[in-house]
Design a protein around this ligand. Structure first.
Ligand SMILES: Nc1nc2c(ncn2[C@@H]2O[C@H](COP(=O)(O)OP(=O)(O)OP(=O)(O)O)[C@@H](O)[C@H]2O)c(=O)[nH]1
Ligand SMILES: [Mg+2]
Length: 396
């Protein structure tokens, strides 16, 4: 990768070095505003809790911070955007009543700081179980009594696929279990109250330990729906399965930055001073990086971030694009500033998606940016044509 600016050094006043601070500040500010999402995940050993967390949040459980043993049977794992309360489920042979034990755990958790409080609980049960045992029902009742919404997650579901119709199906015994869960009754046929919100069938792999799993999209949708309003953006950010949610968060950020850029160029600014828009655009990029939960600060050198800025504003633009377009003029007006910022934001958003989904190595971001950066020439050309046609040359 070259760090040389594309400009010829003799041409005009030197561009001041780009400051990456707006990027880092905006990212940090957005992170703290969105906050952390805390999920409690309860289930017996080996039921598949860690696998679920890895599949939904794209983090290796063991690497989500350090597992803080808060009390016996309770661990807290967290990073900036996600906190996981790993709570031991009912184990056959435990002495204390599981519900009483859980009440104690929940009390300890409730005394922890505000940014560690549980939003939603996944109560995990192996899908091959025939029904819930009384201690498990008592635990779900205890969670409900504490005002916590419970998703009953049936894990390790073994889906079969009909080779002709392609339809997926589950074992008959599991269907009966789900039917029982919908209208649970005890041994005497008396109705039982089990206050969970939804039951979701999941798997994180197929029976051969391969594949992406099933039911996870439904699990995140339900978790979002049950989360308190204030925690929903934090969940959208912490999870890694639903990309449209992230776009929904990013688009208003882009529009706001474009509007700010247009305002900054309301009195058209000389092309050579286009670098004045860089803080606005870098701030936008930092906010988007926060939405995709990308650890830019540690993964990229600050210099590389600044280099990104150089690539989309300032002299690179001033000297390469405008110079060659007849009639493009020597100033950037509101509409060009707006369009450039939108295109930059969309390009950055797509790049963040690629990193986020693991399709692009974060270490290579600065090399790859060229593939995502807006086609400046196209934007300027479009503006010029609009201007020539008497269209929206100066305003929006
Ligand atoms: N077939 C199948 N195996 C799974 C699935 N999910 C997890 N496993 C396997 O089940 C085993 C236990 O999974 P974990 O995710 O470690 O379970 P856990 O609940 O975190 O276990 P502990 O932390 O030991 O309590 C591992 O060998 C997984 O590979 C699934 O959906 N299908
Ligand atoms: Mg585990």
């Amino acid at each position: 990768m070259t760090t040389e600016p594309t400009a010829k050094p003799t041409e005009s006043t030197p561009t001041p070095p780009l400051d990456e601070k707006p990027f880092l500040d905006a990212r940090a500010e957005a992170k703290s505003r969105y906050g952390r999402f805390n999920l409690a995940i309860i289930g017996s050993s080996g039921v598949g809790k860690s696998s679920l967390v890895n599949a939904v949040f794209g983090r290796d459980w063991a690497k989500v911070g350090t597992g803080l043993p808060v009390t016996r049977g309770v661990q807290y794992y967290h990073d900036e955007s996600l906190g996981i309360w790993d709570v031991e489920g009912f184990e056959i042979g435990s002495k204390l009543s599981p519900a009483v034990q859980l009440r104690g755990h929940l009390k300890i958790i409730s005394e922890r700081p505000a940014n560690e409080q549980i939003s939603v609980v996944w109560y995990c049960v192996n899908a091959s179980s025939a029904r819930l045992q009384q201690p498990e029902i008592d635990m779900i009742r205890e969670l409900d009594a504490q005002g916590l919404p419970v998703v009953l997650v049936l894990t390790k579901v073994d889906w079969t696929k009909n080779p002709i119709t392609g339809k997926r199906d589950v074992a008959h015994a599991l269907k009966e279990f789900v039917e029982w869960l919908e209208q649970p009754v005890d041994e005497r046929g008396e109705p039982l109250a089990i206050p969970y919100e939804r039951v979701i069938l999941t798997s994180t792999t197929d029976r051969h330990g391969k594949g992406k799993g099933h039911g996870l999209g439904e699990l995140v949708a339900e978790t979002l729906a049950l989360s308190p309003e204030n925690d929903q953006d934090a969940f959208r950010i912490a999870q890694r399965l639903n990309l449209p949610w992230k776009r929904e968060l990013a688009r208003p950020v882009i529009t706001a930055a474009a509007t700010a850029a247009a305002a900054a160029a309301a009195v058209p600014i000389p092309v050579a001073d286009a670098v004045a828009l860089a803080p606005i655009q870098l701030g936008m990029m930092g906010r988007i990086a926060a939405i995709y939960d990308l650890e830019m600060k540690t993964m990229m050198s600050a210099g590389a971030i600044a280099q990104l800025g150089v690539q989309f504003t300032g002299q690179a633009l001033a000297r390469s694009a405008f110079k060659f377009i007849p009639g493009a003029g020597s100033v950037i007006g509101a509409s060009v500033a707006f369009a450039l910022t939108v295109a930059t934001g969309e390009g950055w958003m797509r790049l963040c998606e690629q990193v986020h989904t693991g399709k692009l190595d974060i270490a290579k971001v600065s090399e790859s940016w060229g593939d995502y950066a807006p086609g400046f020439l196209d934007i300027i050309r479009k503006m010029t044509i609009e201007k020539a046609a008497g269209g929206a040359g100066g305003g929006r």
